[in-house]
Each structure stands twice: as C-alpha cells, then as structure tokens.
Design a protein around this ligand. Structure first.
Ligand SMILES: [Zn+2]
Ligand SMILES: [Zn+2]
Length: 175
C-alpha cells in the first residue's frame, strides 16, 4: 500500500518514491517465483492527473525456482516495469468499465495486483538452468549436464522397446 496524500491533487504534480517491500505470497509461478518475504525494490513515479494518480514503477527482486528439464535449483533476478492509473474513488466511470478500473482507496494505492501481473508476464514459461540444458537421462534419471558422456551398457532391446512404451502409457498419471 502506498499513500498518495503527499502528492497533492493538482494535476501535473509528481513525486518519486523508492522503497523496499517484502514480497507477497505467490509472486510468480510455481516453478519460478520471488520467495515470500524476500525484498522487492520499488522505484515509483507518482503523477497526479485529472482522474486520479498515474503510477509508473520499476521493481527488482530475486527469483528462486527449478529447471524445467533437470530440476536443478535456479536463482535469478528479475526486473519489471509497470504502469497503472488509479482512479479517485469519487470519479465516475461508465458502468461497464468499472470492473477494469483500479481505484484509490482512502488515498492509498494497492500495487500488488500490478506487480504480480508484471512479474508473471516476465517469467519464462519453462525456466531452464541454462539455455541448452540437456535434461535428465530417460533411462536412469541422471542429470546429463553433470555427465555428458553418460551412456548405458545395455540399451533396452529394441524388441522390448514397444512393450516398455506400452507399460509407460498404462502407468497411473500422477495427479
Ligand atoms: Zn537444467
Ligand atoms: Zn542414464
């Protein structure tokens, strides 16, 4: 929550705000996210406009997650920008727009939804420990990046491969 009272209500007045806030829960996606409570650095510009307060922000935080291919832990950093107009409570908007409008409540701005959207949009759908991560051995689950020459003495007999595939298909799905 950000207080906008010091900004004043005169259109055109501006204020820079820098602050550090603890990350809310579920900031990101399951496989890659900002740990809850980790510091998020915010640089914000607040600008008073006719209908409300325009907030332009930059946020920086650290990420934790795991590689989608080899499950190795990943730590990374993220920097996102966002912009949102927070409309004054008393300012009328057409009814059909009401749901999409962010509003000031008691002169306070709630940045969390915009921060969350910006972070989720910026994340890769499948995070990787490195772009060319070879993943895991399909036979034994070893991490191939640690052991690039990895091979098995006795590859599955091609005559049995079809049966093995069949058994995999029949395995119960884990959910
Ligand atoms: Zn990996
Ligand atoms: Zn293997």
């Amino acid at each position: 929550m950000l207080d906008t009272r010091e900004l004043g209500r005169r259109p055109g007045s501006q204020r820079q705000v820098s602050r550090q806030v603890p990350a809310p829960a579920d900031l990101g996606i399951e496989v890659l996210h900002v740990p809850e409570g980790a510091p998020v650095d915010l640089d914000l510009r607040l600008e008073s406009v006719m209908e409300g307060v325009l907030v332009t922000g930059e946020a920086r935080a650290t990420l934790e997650g795991e590689c989608a291919r080899c499950l190795e832990p990943i730590s990374d950093e993220i920097e996102v920008t966002f912009q949102e107009l927070y409309v004054y409570e008393q300012h009328q908007t057409p009814h059909d727009e009401d749901d999409e409008v962010s509003r000031l409540e008691d002169d306070l701005v709630d940045l969390e939804p915009q921060l969350r959207d910006a972070v989720v949009l910026a994340l890769p759908f499948q995070p990787l420990c490195r772009d060319d991560c070879p993943g895991l051995c399909t036979e034994c689950g070893a991490r191939l990046a640690d052991d690039p020459d990895h091979s098995h003495e006795e590859p599955i007999d091609p005559r049995w491969a079809g049966l093995a595939a069949l058994q995999q298909d029949e395995a119960p799905r884990g959910d």
